[in-house]
Design a protein around this ligand. Structure first.
Ligand code: GSH
Length: 223
């Protein structure tokens, strides 16, 4: 849900194509919080607009503001949203499940994002579209690392149906945008096919209204 001018509404700074911006928007949508999206393109010529660095000194997206409170780093933003707004909690109830969620989120940030998005999707899909040759050594290495990520996440998932137990949590909304990119790459789709529990998890995630409402590419629809 993207609202119009209400000053108490949270503002998300970023671009719809961004994995991490989408995570913040998913969490807002799941909590049913109206927000404004202010377009910032960090990949445009010249990089992020200079005044954006006041919001995010590292020049990444997203940045966030609510009631004059400014924040960056997706993990901090989504935990703040979960605790501040009403709606279903997206943090598990028990210490063990919370630890598992944090573990999954660190795996996603540290290992899955670089290999599944930058290594597999960007090398196999973006590079040829941009007239650049795929770096096959980089792609091969990323495929190996992606395999490890998939195996680790599927192992944590246990019986599911979500990444940490029976209801969706922050880890699901961090993972879904990354997996959506991964699945758009032929190698990603192939690898996902070897992990049926993660594959059905993604299929369930893709039809959630929050995912449909933040879809940015027609390529992500269809199985
Ligand atoms: N640690 C940051 C990562 C955010 C991030 O890497 N965003 C990407 C877009 S999905 C970005 O801004 N990339 C710009 C760049 O690498 O220069 C967070 O959790 O918010």
């Amino acid at each position: 849900m993207i609202g119009t001018a209400d000053m108490s509404q949270p503002i998300v700074f970023g671009a719809a194509y961004s994995v991490y911006v989408r995570t913040v928007r998913l969490v807002l949508a799941e909590k049913n919080v109206p927000y404004r999206l202010v377009e910032i393109d960090v990949f445009g010529e010249g990089g992020p607009p200079p005044d954006y660095l006041m919001r995010h000194p590292f020049g990444r997206i997203p940045a966030f503001e609510h009631d004059g409170f400014r924040l960056y780093e997706t993990d901090a933003i989504i935990r703040y949203i979960d605790e501040t707004f009403e709606g279903p909690s997206l943090i598990p109830d028990t210490p063990k499940a919370r630890a598992r969620m944090t573990q999954a989120m660190r795996i996603l940030d540290s290992y899955a994002y670089p290999s599944m998005v930058w290594g597999v999707y960007v090398e196999q899909v973006d590079a040829p579209q941009e007239g650049r040759e795929t770096d096959s050594a980089k792609l091969d290495e990323a495929i190996g690392r992606s395999r490890t990520c998939l195996a680790a996440l599927e192992q944590l998932m246990d019986d599911g149906p979500f990444l940490v137990g029976s209801r969706p949590c922050l880890a699901d909304f961090l993972a879904a945008p990354m997996f959506t990119y991964f699945r758009m790459a032929p190698q990603g789709r192939l690898l996902l096919g070897e992990h049926p529990r993660l594959k059905s998890w993604l299929e369930r995630m893709l039809v959630r209204p929050s995912m449909v409402g933040t879809r940015w590419s027609s390529d992500e629809a269809g199985f």
